[in-house]
Design a protein around this ligand. Structure first.
Ligand code: PLP
Length: 428
């Protein structure tokens, strides 16, 4: 078994052949991949040349338990061998158990319900339909607006895209579904000014991930809760990236480091995906309380695969393992350790850390003569990382976003901190 990383070598041999076939057989919407990955175990993956990488990307906040975790493999294998798919004309034990568990972990009130989808975008499509239903329940007929935050990311399907801020993602596909407005992120006065009886919902990521990991001023999420309640609008939290233990609590709105208060900021609806299935595709929307749950009635929404027995069994295995192995506390401790280490590196100007969701702003180190590489320093560090045996991710020219498996160990965390200066050197 090859399990050593071999720094300094680009893709060769078997990989070059596969990458060539990729180029002629798959759409280029994700840009050219630089590696073909063939195997994973724990916090490591191996490429087609047998080289090992430590995974600080985690499938972009997906592989909560790392790769090939025995509990996840066993749950999926057993469920697939027992009952693999049934359609939503029926239900299954894992589907019911997962819905109950999510409502429980979310501390949602009695009468809360779960709708299952297959991805974050789909979960947010459901949330947007929920918002529309809420608006149409208003006898005035004027509750048509949905407010989203500047710098938000909610997905790439049309409804989710309409709530996503980034112009480069939106403009090629306009016109998008209407009625959605963006307000300055984290500005309670701006939110108050935008809210009135014409707003059906406000959607917020409790920590914005794709924007480079940005939280909110202390008290902002509670202010959003109070203001939406006062104006009869739904408060929807998109926890696709920040949920399922990623910040060190089950959901970010329960995390004092995110909200600035001990009590959770309870939304009217929450969307989940990514880490929930630990790598198996699943999304979910939780409606808090009977009034919100009753907004979507039979026949108004659905998907063929959502809540599939295998996907829900996978998610149950993820939640069980997080609970049974004390991962939430581990995420809080290790995240803080990693942030401390990274913050002490010369070229790091800011670290924004919420558990193991970490944004790292970089600048050219003092004394370095080289210019900033084309495309920015952070993407160059990602490329240097690949050569040195790391999977990293940049959300912009100067920002790394780390979202490693929640099972990352101290040794790997410390090693990245120790290696970052040399990655920066190689990047320049
Ligand atoms: N919402 C948030 C906050 C996300 O970070 C993402 C993906 O990055 C999505 C929604 C979209 O999820 P998916 O890619 O599973 O459709």
């Amino acid at each position: 078994m090859m399990n050593d990383s071999t720094p300094g070598v680009s893709a060769t041999a078997a990989q070059a052949e596969l990458l060539g076939r990729y180029a002629s057989s798959l759409t280029g919407v994700f840009g050219a991949p630089s590696r073909v990955l063939v195997r994973g175990e724990g916090v490591h993956v191996w490429d087609a040349d047998g080289r090992r990488y430590t995974d600080f990307l985690g499938g972009i906040a997906v592989n909560a338990l790392g790769h090939a975790h025995p509990a996840l493999v066993a749950a999926v294998t057993e469920q697939l061998g027992t009952l693999g798919h049934i359609s939503n004309l029926f239900t299954s034990g894992p589907q019911i158990s997962l819905a109950e568990r999510l409502v429980d972990l979310a501390e949602a009130p009695t009468g809360s319900t779960v709708f299952f989808a297959n991805s974050g975008s789909e979960a947010n499509e459901a949330a947007l339909k929920l918002a529309r239903r809420h608006g149409r329940e208003d006898p005035s007929g004027r509750r048509t607006r949905v407010l989203a935050m500047e710098h938000s990311f909610h997905g790439r399907t049309l409804g989710a895209l309409a709530m996503t801020w980034k112009p480069a993602y939106r403009e090629p596909f306009e016109p998008l579904p209407g009625g959605i407005e963006f307000i300055p992120a984290g500005d309670a006065a701006a939110l108050e000014a935008a809210l009135d009886e014409t707003v059906a919902a406000v959607i917020i990521e409790p920590v914005q991930g794709e924007s480079g990991v940005h939280g909110w001023p202390a008290g902002y999420l509670q202010a959003a809760r109070d203001l939406t309640r006062r104006h009869g609008a739904l408060l929807i939290f998109d926890e696709v990236q920040s949920g399922t233990g990623r910040t060190g609590t089950w959901f970010a709105y329960q995390n004092p480091a995110v909200t600035g208060q001990d009590e959770p900021v309870v939304p009217d609806a929450m969307t989940l995906a990514k880490g929930l299935g630990g790598g198996f595709p699943i999304g979910a929307m939780i409606s808090f309380g009977p009034q919100v749950s009753d907004l979507l009635t039979a026949g108004q929404h659905g998907t063929t695969f959502g809540g599939n027995p295998v996907a829900t069994a996978a998610a149950l295995a993820v939640l069980d393992t997080i609970a049974q192995t004390g991962l939430l506390e581990h995420v809080r401790d290790l995240g803080a350790r990693l942030a401390r280490g990274l913050g002490a590196v010369d070229a790091v100007t800011e670290v924004r850390q919420y558990g193991l969701l970490i944004g790292v702003d970089l600048t050219v180190p003092a004394g370095a003569e080289a210019p900033v590489p084309d495309g920015g320093l952070a993407p160059a560090v990602v490329r240097a990382g690949l050569e040195a045996g790391y999977l990293l991710n940049a959300t912009g020219p100067s920002t790394l976003r780390l979202a490693p498996p929640l099972v990352l160990g101290e040794e790997e965390a410390d090693r990245l901190v120790a290696d970052l200066p040399s990655l920066l050197d190689s990047a320049l």
